[in-house]
Design a protein around this ligand. Structure first.
Ligand SMILES: *Cc1c(COP(=O)(O)O)cnc(C)c1O
Length: 366
């Protein structure tokens, strides 16, 4: 373990000891302090801590008044949580295809999917790359449609200098351990500039209650807990350093893999990804993954099956309906990236990619 890890470990243990010392575990000073610190980090007025990223989405939708029979536009290529949050409310997910070059939801396709029943749009900042929220707001705003950003992969990402979460009205976050800002268990939050949405969320997460044993609405039990909040406060102080390291690795990959026969993530100035994942695309994805594995480089697929082809949605959708999402799911491959990936390991990834790509495409080795 290196010095930085020892240091963060010590700070986390101290923070946990503080919670144990107070003996107060649900909705207390750590959650309140984290909510204030995370709101400030994001540049939003309010933050409400909840149990996980899925609840953050469905409670944010409820706080915006979305319910049974309402249509909510979601990307075809996302983690299934974005869809399930809508379905769990009895609302209808309306899938919209991405722009293949950014892999984020296509604003023109969003506009085409709007009907009189559309009540919200949930763009996802997929892999950490900010979606085009200004264009989506321009379509949604005049029609009174809410834009609720799924920012579960985009802690610290920014667009034109404005951080994700400050671009639209409401954004939802996950602190699942693998995210850029991860707890030591489940956690989530909603950030918003709307005081009514914030108040509604505080009640919804806590049994629909703002006064003990008085229940105005049928809420749920979904609260960020004190231990996770204490851990997250320590980790939040290291988020930008971790993201900076991710960006260095991404820049290195883009530069050193530019001659290879794979589609690399596009780096556009003013669009700052959190580099949650570094996703390349290849027509020979499966053999590329095998070749990397033989060279002891572990890669992953996000995601191998789009939501519309999952058993959970078998009754509503069929194969062939969303060809872009289907094609992407057969081509995407996530290479190792993270704040703790050492320079020697990043070099090894580049080397393995050069060998693997020349093997699968007969290009000369560079
Ligand atoms: C992780 C994730 C979620 C869900 O977060 P959980 O905390 O695991 O419930 C939602 N949307 C996206 C895009 C995610 O990556």
């Amino acid at each position: 373990m290196n010095a930085a890890n020892l240091e963060v470990g010590r700070e986390i243990r101290e923070a946990i000891d503080g919670v144990i010392g107070r003996g107060w575990y649900v909705l207390g000073q750590e959650v309140e302090a984290f909510e204030n610190e995370f709101a400030a980090h994001v540049g939003a007025k309010y933050c409400v801590g909840v149990g996980n990223g899925l609840d953050a989405l469905s409670l944010a939708l409820r706080a915006h008044g979305i319910g049974r029979g309402d249509e909510v536009i979601v990307p075809t290529n996302t983690f299934i949580a974005t869809w399930l949050a809508v379905s769990h409310l009895g609302a209808i997910p309306v899938p919209v295809e991405p722009d293949p070059s950014s892999m984020n939801i296509d604003p023109l396709a969003v506009e085409a999917a709007i009907t009189p029943r559309t009540r919200a749009i949930c763009p996802v900042h997929l892999y950490g790359l900010p979606a085009d929220i200004p264009s989506i707001e321009a379509i949604a705003g005049p029609r009174g449609i809410a834009v609720i950003e799924d920012a579960a992969q985009a802690h610290g990402a920014s667009l034109g200098g404005a951080s994700v979460g400050s671009l639209g009205n409401t954004a939802t976050w996950s602190f699942y351990p693998g995210k850029n800002l991860g707890a030591m268990g489940d956690g989530g939050a909603v950030t918003t500039d709307d005081v009514e949405v914030a108040n509604s969320l505080r009640s919804l997460r806590n049994y629909g209650s703002s006064q003990k044993y008085v229940h105005e609405v049928p809420g749920v039990n979904s609260r960020l807990d004190e231990l996770q909040a204490a851990v997250l406060r320590v980790k939040l102080r290291r988020l930008s350093t971790g993201n900076r390291r991710r960006r260095e690795i991404a820049n290195q990959y883009v530069e050193e893999m530019s001659a290879l026969d794979v589609v690399l993530p596009r780096v556009v100035s003013g669009v700052d990804s959190s580099w949650h994942l570094f996703v390349v695309r290849s027509k020979e994805r499966d053999s590329l993954q095998e070749a990397l594995k033989r060279r002891e480089v572990a890669s992953l697929i996000h995601y191998p099956i789009p939501p519309h082809l999952q058993g959970a949605y078998a009754e509503e959708f069929r194969r062939g309906q969303f060809p872009i999402a289907e094609q992407l799911s057969s081509e995407v491959l996530s290479l190792p990236i993270g704040p703790h990936l050492r320079p020697i390991e990043a070099k090894r990834v580049v080397h393995a990619m050069r060998e693997a790509c020349s093997r699968t495409t007969d290009l000369p080795t560079t």
